[in-house]
Ligand binder design. Structure first.
Ligand code: NAP
Length: 543
């Protein structure tokens, strides 16, 4: 435990973002400490250890690109890595870069308060630490707050409950049990087939059906991986010039509507067989033109009908309330096939909503279900949730939560006016969750590190987004989103899953390349849109 130990930088979180920020800033000679609530590195990959949890970005793309040594020293075993393998990878990174000594685990940051007279952040934790730092960097991730919906009667339930985003570390055995799963987003879609294999009976409570494509996961062939390692730098450089930061994805560079029906069918079929979320960028306008989008949506609707034997169940599983991709497309292994099993039942809680959790199960308007275990795959208070969970206060003691009461405003998704020297890695208004997170995290960390170095060189004390630049960026983010079909889904992208959350489209839809170019333009313009305040001599002395 420490009391007011001075640091240069406090990093909050030790997932991909936190560990790279720690490494990068420490290698610039700064005194950095990362605080992490979990007992290990990993962030979202530490918490989401439900059966079937794996990444939907290909493993060779979903790794750090800043160090050739790191990529050469690690061998991914499958096309889409499991949660466990990603965690092992992050431990390997922490070992290789000697990061452990500067990460304080099992410590939750409770408050980060900007002290105007000293120009420093005062950070307090639930373990009693009180430190002050010149910079505070949030690396809390976009999908870290996993609240269980406030179902009436939940506290009376006598069975076991689990949330996919807070899965226990010891194995959970569903053998012989009757299990209920609430939620059919990416987490539910991955967990359901594996729970169905174990459970005596599985009841899936579905409010909205989702589009899902097969992962077509497979072991990676060693020779192919070796060849990839040789061209890794090229692949990563290319990923940075794409919209989504994925080297593996390609797009037919014209409208879906310019292709003939047969050509489209062949394109979608080949992507379906190849597997993965790259299906969503088959044509250039799938997220921009509803008619084009319908062609892809209809293809998947047909696949559902062809796969699911019971026509009523197939119809219930068929999404019709949003354009495909407006809610993040799911990537599965045998999801729709699972509903052909005798021990699996689909219950529509859209037409007959959940009334309450009872002592022995769950009651909907239509009936009662006896359940030994309940799994909530109900998602996250995304992007703003983990930030709002802390008491973050900027100039004048204004809480970030209050500033964001009407929706999150951040310049480039990185910095907030009124909160000097606070940086958000993959914050709202950046490509973040619409991109390969690792590529976006690296770009943010490097932007922040360059900025801190430039401040040091120019003797600046504080770095802060101007209100005008922030407003203009937020307007641009909204404008870009409105050019797409994304806002048409009642998704976590707009906060629709959290009652009372302001409906704002949070990630930046303009793409990784355009975003990077904008950041480069900002730097070339002498950090245009940021106000840099010179350090008085006495303040410089303590930094
Ligand atoms: P999600 O996409 O928000 O899905 C939550 C599900 O729970 C939805 O089906 C939702 O229904 C349902 N739900 C929520 N509250 C409910 C309630 N009160 N009653 C009934 N149903 C309720 O959450 P998620 O599946 O955890 O995924 C979130 C994101 O995490 C993904 O989109 C993805 O970005 C990421 N993720 C990625 C992977 C991967 O890499 N493969 C895996 C898992 C998660 P409605 O749709 O009607 O709201």
């Amino acid at each position: 435990m420490s009391d007011e130990a001075p640091l240069d930088v406090v990093v909050i979180g030790a997932g991909f973002a936190g560990i790279y920020a720690l490494h990068k800033l420490r290698s610039q000679g700064l005194a950095v400490r990362a605080y992490e609530t979990g007992s290990d590195v990993g962030g979202t990959w530490y918490w989401n250890r439900y059966p079937g949890a794996r990444c939907d970005v290909e493993s060779l793309d979903y790794q750090f690109g800043f160090s050739d040594e790191l990529q050469r020293g690690w061998n991914w075993s499958e096309r889409f890595a499991t949660q466990a393998e990603i965690l092992d990878y992050l431990r390997y990174v922490a070992d290789t870069l000697d990061l452990w000594r500067d990460i304080q685990f099992e410590t939750r940051v409770q408050a980060a308060i900007f002290d105007e007279p000293s120009g420093r952040w005062r950070v307090t934790t639930d373990t009693g630490d009180r430190v002050n730092a010149r910079f505070c960097i949030s690396a809390v991730g976009c999908l870290a707050a996993a609240p269980v919906a406030d179902f009436p009667g939940l506290d009376t339930y006598r069975g076991e409950t689990y949330h996919t985003g807070r899965w226990p570390h010891q194995a959970v055995d569903f053998t012989g049990k009757c299990v209920g799963v609430v939620g059919t987003g990416s987490s539910g879609v991955q967990a359901i087939p594996l729970i169905a294999e174990q459970a005596r009976e599985l009841v899936v409570f579905q409010r909205s059906p989702n589009f899902s494509v097969p992962a077509v996961n497979r072991p990676l062939v060693a020779d192919w991986v070796d060849a990839y390692k040789e061209r890794f730098a090229e692949e990563r450089a290319r990923a940075k010039t794409t919209d989504f930061g994925n080297a593996a994805w390609t797009t037919v560079p014209h409208s879906a509507l310019e292709a003939s029906v047969d050509e489209r069918e062949a394109e979608y079929e080949s992507r379906w067989r190849e597997g993965g979320a790259g299906f969503m960028i088959a044509y250039a306008d799938l997220m921009a033109n509803k008619q084009a989008n319908d062609t892809a949506a209809d293809f998947i609707r047909r696949k559902i009908r062809e796969t699911v034997k019971d026509p009523e169940t197939a119809e219930l599983l068929t999404p019709r309330d949003h354009p495909i991709g407006a809610k993040r497309i799911c990537v599965d292994t045998d999801y729709f096939e699972t509903f052909n099993r005798d021990n699996v039942r689909l219950v529509d809680v859209r037409s007959a909503p959940i009334e309450r959790i009872t002592e022995t199960g769950l009651r909907t308007v239509a009936g009662e279900f006896e359940l030994d275990c309940l799994v909530f795959a109900t998602g996250f208070d995304a992007m703003t949730g983990p930030l709002n969970a802390m008491d973050i206060r900027g100039r004048g003691g204004v809480p970030l939560k209050e500033r964001w009461a009407e929706g999150p405003g951040a310049y480039l998704g990185l910095a907030v006016c009124g909160f000097p020297n606070l940086f958000l890695i993959t914050g709202p208004g950046s490509p973040s969750v619409l991109s390969n997170m690792v590529v976006s995290i690296e770009q943010h960390v490097e932007f922040i590190a360059d900025c801190i170095a430039a401040m040091g060189a120019s003797g600046c004390a504080t770095f802060e987004a101007t209100q005008a630049a922030q407003d203009a960026w937020v307007e641009h983010v909204n404008h870009e989103a409105d050019l797409t079909l994304f806002p048409q889904g009642n998704s976590w992208y707009v906060g629709a899953n959290i009652p009372g959350k302001p409906r704002v489209f949070m990630p930046y839809t303009g793409g990784v390349r355009a975003y990077r170019e904008k950041c480069e333009e900002v730097v070339a313009g002498g950090y245009a849109g940021f106000q840099l305040t010179p350090a008085p001599a006495d303040k410089a002395a303590i930094n």
